[in-house]
Design a protein around this ligand. Structure first.
Ligand SMILES: NC(=O)c1ccc[n+]([C@@H]2O[C@H](COP(=O)([O-])OP(=O)(O)OC[C@H]3O[C@@H](n4cnc5c(N)ncnc54)[C@H](O)[C@@H]3O)[C@@H](O)[C@H]2O)c1
Length: 350
């Protein structure tokens, strides 16, 4: 293995003295659909300075470079040389190698979700982050949403959580299953509010329009007795993103599309007659920019050493849950084939 000395020291000390207040020099690796949004946020940020981009596809790289008027690095190494930090928005299977290379070069990392493809890779990034003291932040965007903030302000100890994240089919994101594409967002949100390890997962799902599961449902039981039922689909006719929570504090329903939250609790809102003291609270949000908030948090972590809200450990935890769901789906499918409920599809047929 590599010794401690192989790494430049991380955190504030890793930056040039006059950069402690910024701007943080940021490069973007992977200039596709989502990389473009990252490029916009870096360019608009007062604490980050866009130093360039790198994409494996030179045509796409050149087009994005022209759109943003920024340096198009001929290699990933060339991008890293210019930067204090890198945003990794390449496909999931590339996350680990790009993040590892950046950390070994002494650069902070904001890596899109999922943090990596395997738990071994995620463990390795957790270890590298600790060893180098560099920031590894994972792009679980919803943690920076107004909805998540409002939920955590109201619910401390959930008993039952139900989430629904469904959307019409698009060609994007089908290089991974709906579990790693969409469900991982809700797994991360649930894991952030349930203070207990996962005890068991019972899931089922199906590949319909891609090579991987496009629809999935999981029932996750935690050691403390809490249960979460999580549904994700990318082959739905409509878009819906909802979370409902029952707890001793009350009942909460959050709609991440219409940006509304309703809480039936004892603390705030208008009294509900005949309910023995319960009140109804309604909250609505104006637009709030989650990706901008994610970048602000990243810059603050790199420049000021502020704690990383969604760090490599959180990314690893969400990945472990997603892989447990995937394993459970495979086991359920085996059972369905053995019982004759469904037929084994020929290879390549989906
Ligand atoms: N946080 C979110 O809400 C959210 C939403 C969408 C996508 N994402 C994540 O963003 C990532 C990219 O998704 P996308 O939809 O933009 O995909 P995309 O296919 O549109 O873009 C990926 C880009 O990465 C490039 N690329 C491939 N290998 C590379 C490498 N080794 N180095 C540099 N560039 C490379 C490709 O040429 C392509 O331009 C995925 O990990 C996805 O999970 C996150």
């Amino acid at each position: 293995m590599f010794g401690k000395k192989a790494f430049p020291k991380g955190g504030v000390e890793s930056l040039h003295p006059n950069q402690a207040q910024g701007p943080l020099r940021v490069g973007v690796a992977g200039a596709g659909y989502f990389g473009r949004f990252h490029l916009q946020k870096v360019q608009a940020s007062s604490r980050e300075a866009l130093v360039g981009l790198y994409d494996l596809d030179p045509t796409r790289a050149a087009a994005m470079g022209a759109e943003f008027g920024t340096f198009v690095a001929p290699t990933y190494e060339a991008l890293l040389e210019q930067a204090d930090a890198v945003v990794i928005a390449a496909p999931a299977e590339q996350h680990f190698s790009l993040a590892e290379q950046a950390l070994k070069a002494g650069k902070h990392v904001l890596v899109e979700k999922p943090v990596a493809s395997t738990l071994e890779q995620a463990d390795s990034l957790v270890a590298l982050a600790e060893k180098t003291g560099l920031v590894v932040q994972v792009g679980h965007l919803l943690r920076y949403s107004a909805e998540q903030k409002a939920i955590t302000e109201r619910i401390d100890r959930p008993l039952y959580i139900e989430t629904m994240r469904i959307a019409p089919f698009r060609e994007r994101g089908v290089d991974v299953s709906v579990i790693l594409d969409l469900m991982i967002h809700d797994l991360d949100l649930v894991l952030a509010i349930v203070d207990s390890p996962i005890e068991s997962v019972d899931a089922l799902g199906a590949a319909v329009s891609s090579h991987f599961e496009d629809i999935a449902n999981a029932r996750v039981r935690f050691a403390n007795g809490c249960v979460a039922t999580i549904t994700a689909s990318r082959i739905s006719l409509k878009t819906e993103r909802k979370m409902r929570i029952f707890s001793e504090e009350g009942y909460l329903s959050a709609d991440f599309v219409t940006r509304e939250l309703v809480m039936i609790g004892r603390k705030n809102g208008l009294p509900l007659p005949g309910t023995n003291g319960f009140k109804r609270e309604s909250v609505r949000w104006k637009e709030s920019d989650m990706l901008q908030a994610e970048h602000a948090a990243f810059a603050a972590a790199c420049l000021e050493g502020l704690p990383v809200k969604v760090d490599a450990r959180a990314g690893r935890r969400a990945l472990a849950a997603a892989l447990a769901v995937t394993e459970s789906i495979a086991a359920t499918r085996e059972r369905m084939i053995l019982s004759g409920l469904i037929h084994q599809k020929p290879a390549g047929d989906y």
